[in-house]
Design a protein around this ligand. Structure first.
Ligand SMILES: C[S@@+](CC[C@H](N)C(=O)[O-])C[C@H]1O[C@@H](n2cnc3c(N)ncnc32)[C@H](O)[C@@H]1O
Length: 254
């Protein structure tokens, strides 16, 4: 039986694991929510979180914008169950199991109004360039006119500026070495191995093996995301916040 307390401990451990890859993760969350507040145009925005995992960002959005509604989308039943257990008392947070690569996911949300914004962190690089066009095309259907999309991820320029991309990678590695010189956090594999050893998560893990899993890093290029967003009808597309290749790619619908 997964308790709220145990789920909270797993999510805290998830956040530390993710910070091992993205030392500026909290700063990036803060910048995203700043942009969300500035663009929402209302105190109760409807926001989608694409590839939400256990809801780290969704929870932070509701901490700062309590009247918001966040529809958090992912394919991973285990991560979403952790989020559901922790945020059970938050009516403004709904977890929905959908594959963002599949045509029709937007209609399956059955939203009663168009969303004001969508966010995503460290997730959409899992999706291939071809499928990304489906993902962003569907997104453009559910966002209102003027709606904002924010993608926080490490997006590389190695296709257009390989020298700079090499420097980005070097800086990222040095920053991690400096920051975690004495206390290296557990990595992705260690976190999942620890999950596998918890009997309270055995059923969810079995379900996850049937339905989900890491698909690899398919769309790490900034150019792939920019092209797919423009192809989906987004007008302005550009980087709003950046540290090396860790960036907040923003796009506005006309
Ligand atoms: C590294 S995790 C990041 C989770 C969360 N956004 C965070 O920052 O903590 C990537 C997430 O993307 C989800 N994901 C990957 N491909 C997806 C897809 N096609 N549809 C929905 N979710 C997907 C994974 O299941 C996973 O939860």
């Amino acid at each position: 039986m997964l308790t709220r307390e145990a789920a909270g401990t797993w999510i805290a451990r998830w956040d530390v694991q993710q910070e091992g890859y993205i030392p500026d993760r909290e700063e990036r969350f803060t910048a995203m929510i700043d942009a969300l507040e500035a663009a929402a145009g209302r105190p109760d925005p409807l926001v989608l979180d694409l590839g939400c995992g256990p809801g780290s960002l969704a929870g932070r959005i509701l901490d700062r914008i309590p009247a918001a509604t966040v529809v958090a989308i992912d394919t991973d039943p285990l991560l979403m169950s952790l989020g559901r257990a922790v945020h059970a008392d938050r009516a403004g947070l709904v977890f929905t199991e959908l594959d963002l690569r599949e045509p029709g996911w937007a209609a399956r949300l059955r939203l009663d109004r168009q969303a004001d914004a969508a966010v995503s962190t460290t997730a959409l690089h899992w999706i291939s360039g071809e499928a990304l066009r489906v993902t962003y095309g569907e997104l453009a259907r559910v966002l209102r006119s003027g709606g904002l999309f924010l993608n926080g991820d490490n997006l590389s320029v190695r296709d257009t500026a390989p020298g700079l991309a090499g420097l980005d990678a070097a800086l990222r590695e040095r920053e991690r070495e400096r920051r975690f010189a004495h206390d290296r956090p557990e990595d992705w594999t260690q976190w999942w191995d620890a999950v596998a050893a918890d009997p309270a998560l055995a059923d969810l893990r079995a379900l996850r093996e049937e339905t989900s899993g890491h698909h690899g890093s398919e769309s790490e290029l900034l150019s792939a995301h920019t092209a797919a967003l423009r192809g989906a009808g987004f007008g302005e597309v550009g980087t709003l916040w950046q540290r090396g290749d860790n960036r907040l790619l923003a796009a506005l619908l006309p």
